[in-house]
Design a protein around this ligand. Sequence first.
Ligand code: AMP
Ligand code: GLY
Length: 422
Amino acid sequence: MQILVIGSGGREHALAWKSAQDNSVSKVYVCPGNAGTALEDKLENISLDINNFEIIENFCKQENIGLVIIGPEQPLVMGMTDYLQSKGIQTFGPSQAAAQLEGSKTFSKDFFIKYGIPTADYAAFDSYDESLRYIESIAYPTVVKADGLAAGKGVLICENKNQAKAALDSIFKDQAFGEAGSSVVIEEFLEGEEASFIAVVSKDKIIPLATSQDHKAVGEGDVGLNTGGMGAYSPAPIVDKRIHLKIIDEVMHPTMQGLISEGSPYLGFLYAGLMIKDGELKVLEFNCRFGDPETQPILLRLQSSLVDLCLAAIHNDLDSYEIKWTDKHSCGVVIASKGYPESYESNKEVMLPNLEDAETKLFHAGTKLINENVLTSGGRVFCATALGDNLKQAQSKAYNLVDKVSFDGAFCRRDIGFKGIK
Ligand code: AMP
Ligand code: GLY
């Protein structure tokens, strides 16, 4: 079978790398891919306009693609799954309607209330003046969120009224997030420890994936600006058995049933970003896709077939699939370009180690291959990922790999996994 993975990040490198491990898979195309996917056995990058679904359809038909896996949120929210499925192409990812869970914060907050899913108190506004009046009356800190997709940057934590006003100014007046900021959600600030809960969902069936925890802030000890994620590890002890069951009962099942009642049953990876405190949980957000960087350490632990998992979900036959994990722990450390998550330089030449084995993998993200040279092309450049008998060992192997990769301006957090080790 030939497979097409849509996307170019570390998540997509991991999805394509894992798919290629199946004997039944002869080739995995990655569109547009990165230097890592260009260099990998059985993988081939293909440059197509992913906003033009007809071009993707034609490619799938020409190459006899048996499965399309869509990595990022943008094409899902634009309806790529609906389009390809309507043309008879097996596609793994939610419909445009179901992807609204990530595509619109007002949609998802209203959905949480309607279906009794625990979340932070909030109010939604599409008027600047009304939102200004609202911030006069609330407690601080507070959280101001642009409604639409903003590449992880549309969430502003405000310590006081002045900061909240500045956030509203930047969203409504300066249109810092364009159309995504045509309305806002202003919500209660939640304290606690965050965890990512990611599952494969097919209508009313669910297979939870191994637990994980991301590190959103750019600085060690979780300080500084929020990023797409600076590293992740799996399993995450914060999600113990009790919390696991609570997430399934209070969050995942009501969401799956809610979507069925709305006429848009879910298919794909469903990711709940949670805040956990004193054994209670609240949903911060839903993502309609696998997490990046959570995918990298999670897939390094997956022992059963990713392709069979996606196909079982597409056929609403998850009961027939037995998911298998290694008991080992895994840790992934993001290597980023100086300046990220704000502006950074690209086109830096990378020196790569020859250090990979079955338990150590350097996933590429913002890289490109030019004349056989690997150059940087993004804020998050790599995710150095390793397995170990315990988290500490996985962490030390991941940093060992990090220290062998070099390019001008490379930096990482040195504390990925600290909460799991503590
Ligand atoms: P979101 O995209 O909504 O998950 O927000 C991105 C990040 O902002 C989360 O991972 C949290 O670190 C932080 N965040 C979002 N909402 C809240 C909240 N209500 N209270 C505290 N932190 C939040
Ligand atoms: N790592 C967080 C995300 O994928 O949104």
